[in-house]
Write a new protein. Structure first.
Length: 251
């Protein structure tokens, strides 16, 4: 079975879910893995959003470029699923035939996200470590506790593997003794782990993702962050703070 990796957020949008999901897919494809990218952020399209802001737009642009340029890049296959429907069965099906299933979401607590949480091996919550991004995460923590209560009532008690992923931060940022760390200890630690990977602000990422490329495709040296993220997803790199989730505990 492939691993199911979900990108989500609290009530605040624009935290970097799609750009991070796209770059993770590019990194995995570069390493030769088969990747299914599932986009449940279908609302953006209806609002006439253009360019590559959704992960599936990025994927379509990348596959077009690969076809045009004839480069030896491995394609990522994308699937668009409605945020209003349960998607856990489709994710499980895709995990049978792909090494990784990466799910991008609009973030808020919609039906697709609730069902994806149940089958996810890992849920990443990208966040900028500023106060404005702390508070909106409480809606996601509420969802985690709701889902865990339901699991417990159905006799399948387990912890959901949600991880805060610091992104768009200065390269020398450390969590110790910061306002973030205090907030994390008091509010987030019961619900989420803290990733040991930090994704800095990367101008090339911003530019390349808009064109349909990932950092691995353009061979930028800062792609190393995504190599570390893959190691953490695979369990070969530890978390900075683990809320107490056992490896491979997802159903
Ligand atoms: N590490 C990074 N360095 C620089 N820019 C970044 C980084 N990550 C994301 N961005 C940029 O931040 C902006 C918002 O990112 P993105 O669209 O991925 O957020 P999102 O959480 O998917 O938003 P939404 O909630 O609207 O779906 C984009 O312009 C993206 O290119
Ligand atoms: Mg997005």
């Amino acid at each position: 079975m492939g691993r199911i990796v979900v990108f989500a957020s609290g009530s605040k949008g624009g935290v970097g879910k799609s750009a991070t999901a796209a770059n993770l897919c590019g990194a995995l494809a570069f390493k030769g893995y088969s990747v299914a990218l599932v986009d449940t952020d279908t609302g953006l399209r209806d609002q006439g959003n253009n360019g590559t802001r959704t992960a599936s737009n990025w994927c379509a642009a990348r596959n077009y470029l690969i076809e045009q340029e004839g480069q030896p890049y491995v394609e990522v296959t994308s699937y668009m699923l409605s945020p209003e429907e349960k998607i856990h069965s489709q994710l499980m099906e895709l995990a049978k035939t792909n090494d990784y299933v990466v799910v991008d979401t609009p973030g808020s607590a919609h039906t697709a996200l609730r069902s994806a949480i149940l089958v996810a091996d890992v849920i990443y919550l990208p966040m900028n470590c500023s106060r404005a991004e702390f508070m909106p995460l409480s809606s996601f923590f509420g969802l985690i506790s709701e889902v865990e209560e339901l699991l417990e009532m159905s006799g399948n008690a387990r912890s959901i593997d949600a991880r805060l992923l610091p992104i768009r931060i200065p390269a020398n940022w450390r969590p110790d003794n910061t306002e973030f760390y205090q907030w994390f200890s008091e509010n987030a630690a019961p619900y989420a782990s803290l990733s040991s990977v930090k994704i800095p602000f990367i101008k090339v990422l911003c530019d390349s993702v808009g064109q349909g490329w990932s950092l691995h495709d353009v061979k930028d040296k800062k792609r190393a962050s995504f190599d570390l993220l893959i190691d953490e997803i695979n369990g070969t790199r530890g978390l900075m703070i683990n809320r107490g989730v056992e490896e491979g505990s997802a159903v």
